[in-house]
Design a protein around this ligand. Structure first.
Ligand SMILES: [Zn+2]
Ligand SMILES: [Zn+2]
Length: 101
């Protein structure tokens, strides 16, 4: 299953008309939100925690741990390096920094 997904991702087929970009982004956001509640995402998180530990990678806190996406490119099919384990506070900061740009 993993190999199948990998080959799918490597097929560079990105034809997105500009006028639909905003609409697609909105749709993607909605999908992403429901994905965060899904069993699949929970599995990915648990696996990540079992490998790297349930510890914030910024400040080593173990409270209110969340998983942050470094990239949304591979969403629904994340690689461990696409993800970052963060506490709620550091997670918030990551998103603030991103918005500040
Ligand atoms: Zn932290
Ligand atoms: Zn995040």
């Amino acid at each position: 299953m993993k190999e199948h997904n990998a080959s799918k991702r490597n097929g560079k087929k990105k034809i997105t008309p500009k006028k639909n970009a905003a609409k697609q982004k909105k749709k993607r956001k909605k999908e992403y939100r429901s994905y965060l509640k899904s069993f699949e995402w929970n599995q990915i998180k648990e696996e990540l925690f079992s490998v790297r530990g349930k510890v914030c990678e910024e400040c080593t806190s173990t409270k209110r741990i969340e998983v942050h996406h470094l990239t949304y490119e591979n969403i629904f099919n994340e690689e461990p390096e696409d993800l970052m384990i963060l506490c709620r506070e550091c997670h918030k900061k990551q998103h603030q920094d991103r918005n500040a740009k």
